[in-house]
Write a protein that binds this ligand. Sequence first.
Ligand code: ADP
Ligand code: ADP
Ligand code: ZN
Length: 213
Amino acid sequence: MHLVLLGPPGAGKGTQAALLSRDLGLAHISTGDMLRGAVQEGTDLGLLAREYMDQGNLVPDDVVIGITKERLEAPDVQTGFVLDGFPRTVKQAEALDEILEDIGLPLDLVINIKVPQSELIRRMTGRRVCPKCGESYHLVFNPPRSLGTCDQCGHDLHQRDDDKETTVRQRLEVYERESGPLTDYYSDKGVLVSVDGTGTVEQVADRLKLTLK
Ligand code: ADP
Ligand code: ADP
Ligand code: ZN
């Protein structure tokens, strides 16, 4: 299975991609996680990316396309992938088509996860993430078993700098403007399905499973 999860920040892409990766053995490719990894390591890429991420803006296309291309060329991707947070612009979508053609893999489905804006803000402002393994939690909706600690790896949880309310609003605007056109791009290709992203994590996961059947 070769999937793209589309949807605004806070829609649950990371949460659902992690479940799909576990259940179906897909490579989970999150550009946000890769960029945050580079920021933490303090690489040149990280220093550059941080300027954009902290403002709630998109990192330039050529940078994100470069790291995604490299990731898609890794051997584990051959058994299937779920892309989370890429593409985010039409230019990235066009680049993805080219990359997949080069490596000889199809794009089976693009799943657009839909959640109302008020709910997105609640989800993002309560989000806590594991800086070590990338697992995403929510203070109220999806708490870890032990407060402040990652269930998967035991590391301390953090609030992302860009999950503060002002940055959250900017990210939602950027999403609408830059990523909105992707639904037309993929529905024209006949690979787009929309899934209701409201309800519990399990309810959304069940809807995704039904969609993939
Ligand atoms: P969310 O889905 O909650 O917005 P991500 O972890 O996917 O969070 O992305 C966090 C930030 O990383 C984005 O706001 C953006 O600055 C940057 N980023 C991630 N993916 C991309 C991408 N495909 N193109 C440009 N910037 C990206
Ligand atoms: P995205 O990757 O699309 O930005 P996440 O998967 O990180 O989104 O989810 C955003 C926040 O909402 C996290 O705190 C996560 O635990 C929480 N969350 C995810 N799915 C749901 C859901 N179905 N109901 C309530 N909260 C959710
Ligand atoms: Zn962890």
